[in-house]
Design a protein around this ligand. Structure first.
Ligand code: C2E
Ligand code: CA
Ligand code: CA
Length: 439
C-alpha cells in the first residue's frame, strides 16, 4: 500500500517529523533511497483567486496523483502549504527516481478541477539520493529542497538532482542578490551607450543602452551574469524599469541641451513583458514628454518561449503607444522566421557571430546576405552588430545593410563620453563616429 499522507484531519496525519523518522529508519537499514521534494508552481494564485476551498481541492487531488506515481510502500507526505515530500526506498539507480519525478510532473501538469473551473499548475521537483547526498534525514530533505529551488529557478515545472557544491553556489548567488538589491537602492548601476551609425552616410541616429554594474566588492559584474541573476530573483522588473527610466531621463537631458537626438535602443528581457513594462514605458513617456519613437525595445527570440496571452497583449499595447521593436541576435535562435511573422518588429539586429566572418567565410557571407535581403523585402531596418574592422564595414555596405554597431565605431561608453559625439553630428556624418570621438 502506498502511504499517502494528506492534510491535517484527513486520512492519516503526518508531518515533517514523521517523514524524517521514516527516512531515518530507511537509512539505518542502508537501502539506497531517494528523497524528493515536490512544490506546486503558482499554487498561491489558485488560493488567491478561487479561494481556499478550491486550493484544498487541488492539494488533495495533487496528493492522490503523486501517490499514483510511486510504488507500494513508498511514502508521500504533505509537509507544509503546497509542498510534498516523497520517500522512495530501494532505489537502485537515480534513473528510477528521475522516472518517478517525471511521472509526477506529467500528472500534475494535467488540468485540475477546482471551484467548477479547470485550473493548471505545474510541479518543481528536487531529488536527493542516499547514499551520497547527506548523512542524515534532515540533510537529505534539506538538499532535496535546495535542488527543488534550483529546479524552480531553471524555469519552474522542472526536476533537478542535488549537485555537490550547490550550497556554495547558492550562497554565492544569495550574496550577489543582496548586493544587487543594494546596488539598485544606492544607485550603483550605470548605463553605457554604444552608437549605431548609418552605413551610407555615417549618421548616428541611435545608441544601444547597455547595463553596467560595478560592485565595490564583486568588481565589475558582466551583464551576462547580472541579467540571468536579476531574472532568477525577480529583480529584473526593478532593474528593467530603472534602465528605461534612466535612459529616458538621459535622452530628455540630451535633447534639452540641444544635442543631436538619438533613439535609445533598450534591451528587454522576456520576463519584463507581462509584468509592468507597458506601465513603465507609458509613465516614462508621459513624464519626459519624449515621443515613443525615441525608443526601440530589443527583444530576443526568448520572447517566443514566454508566448502567452499577457506577453502578446503587452507587445500590442506597446505598439499602440508607438514603440518600435527590434529582434536582437537575429539568426542565433530556433524560431527566427516565426518571430518575424508574430512580432511587429521594425528592426533586425544581425548577430555579431555572422558579421565576424562576413569577409572570409562563405557560409557567413551567405547568411548575412540572405538576412539583409529578407529584411529589406519585409521593409525592416537591418543593423549589423559586432563590426570591428573597416573591411567588415565595407562588405556590409556592399551587401545593402542599413546600419552598423561595433568596436569599429566605438565601444559602449558612459553618457558624458557619448555627449561629445552628439555635439558634432556633422562630424559623425564623416562616416566613422570614432573619428569624431578621437578629436
Ligand atoms: P547584446 O544586446 O547583444 O549587446 C551587444 C553586446 O556586444 C554588448 O555586450 C556590447 O558591449 C558587445 N559589443 C558591442 N560591439 C562589439 C564588437 O565590436 N565586438 C564584440 N566582441 N562585442 C561587441 P555587453 O554590454 O556585455 O552586454 C551583453 C548582453 O547583456 C547584451 O547583449 C544584452 O543581451 C544583455 N544586456 C545588457 N544590458 C541589458 C539591459 O539593460 N537589459 C537586458 N535585459 N539585457 C541587457
Ligand atoms: Ca541588444
Ligand atoms: Ca545582440
Amino acid at each position: 500500500m502506498i502511504r499517502t499522507v494528506h492534510m491535517s484531519g484527513e486520512r492519516r496525519l503526518t508531518n515533517r517529523q514523521v517523514f524524517l523518522t521514516a527516512v531515518e529508519r530507511a537509512r539505518s537499514v542502508n537501502t539506497p533511497l531517494a528523497v524528493m521534494l515536490v512544490d506546486l508552481d503558482r499554487f498561491r494564485q489558485i488560493n488567491d483567486v478561487l479561494g481556499r476551498d478550491a486550493g484544498n481541492q487541488v492539494l488533495r487531488e495533487a496528493a492522490n496523483r503523486i501517490g499514483r506515481c510511486v510504488r507500494e510502500g513508498d511514502l508521500v507526505c504533505r509537509l507544509v502549504g503546497d509542498e510534498f515530500a516523497v520517500l522512495l526506498e530501494g532505489i537502485e539507480s537515480p534513473a528510477l527516481a528521475a522516472a518517478a519525478a517525471e511521472s509526477i510532473r506529467t500528472e500534475i501538469n494535467r488540468s485540475f478541477l477546482a471551484a467548477k473551473r479547470e485550473v493548471h499548475v505545474s510541479a518543481s521537483v528536487g531529488i536527493a539520493l542516499h547514499p551520497g547526498d547527506g548523512d542524515s534525514a534532515e540533510e537529505l530533505l534539506q538538499r532535496a529542497d535546495i535542488a527543488m529551488s534550483q529546479a524552480k529557478r531553471a524555469g519552474r515545472g522542472n526536476r533537478q538532482f542535488h549537485a555537490a557544491g550547490s550550497e556554495t553556489r547558492i550562497s554565492g548567488k544569495l550574496e550577489m542578490e543582496t548586493r544587487l538589491r543594494r546596488a539598485l537602492d544606492l544607485g550603483q548601476l550605470e548605463l553605457h551607450y554604444q552608437p549605431q551609425a548609418n552605413l551610407s552616410d555615417g549618421a548616428m541616429n541611435a545608441v544601444e543602452v547597455l547595463l553596467r554594474w560595478n560592485d565595490p566588492v564583486l568588481g565589475s559584474v558582466p551583464p551576462e551574469q547580472l541579467i540571468p541573476l536579476a531574472e532568477e530573483t525577480g529583480l529584473i522588473h526593478a532593474v528593467g524599469a530603472w534602465v528605461i527610466e534612466t535612459a529616458a531621463a538621459q535622452a530628455r537631458a540630451w535633447r534639452d541641451a540641444g544635442l543631436h537626438p538619438v533613439r535609445m535602443c533598450v534591451n528587454v528581457s522576456p520576463m519584463q513583458l507581462n509584468t509592468g513594462l507597458v506601465e513603465t514605458v507609458s509613465r516614462v513617456l508621459q513624464r519626459t514628454g519624449l515621443p515613443a519613437s525615441a525608443f526601440e525595445l530589443e527583444l530576443t527570440e526568448g520572447v517566443m518561449l514566454a508566448r502567452d496571452r499577457e506577453t502578446g497583449a503587452a507587445i500590442q499595447a506597446l505598439r499602440a503607444l508607438g514603440v518600435d521593436f527590434a529582434i536582437d541576435d537575429f539568426g542565433t535562435g530556433h524560431s527566427t522566421f516565426e518571430i518575424l511573422k508574430l512580432l511587429p518588429v521594425s528592426t533586425l539586429k544581425l548577430d555579431g557571430s555572422f558579421v565576424r566572418g562576413v569577409c572570409d567565410k562563405a557560409d557567413d557571407v551567405a547568411i548575412v546576405a540572405a538576412c539583409i535581403s529578407l529584411a529589406r523585402t519585409l521593409g525592416l531596418r537591418v543593423v549589423a552588430e559586432g563590426v570591428e574592422t573597416a573591411e567588415q564595414c565595407e562588405r556590409l555596405r556592399h551587401l545593402g545593410c542599413h546600419d552598423y554597431q561595433g568596436y569599429y565605431i566605438a565601444r559602449p561608453m558612459p553618457a558624458h563620453a557619448l555627449e561629445k559625439l552628439l555635439t558634432r553630428p556633422r562630424a559623425v556624418r564623416s562616416g566613422r563616429v570614432q573619428l569624431a570621438l578621437a578629436k
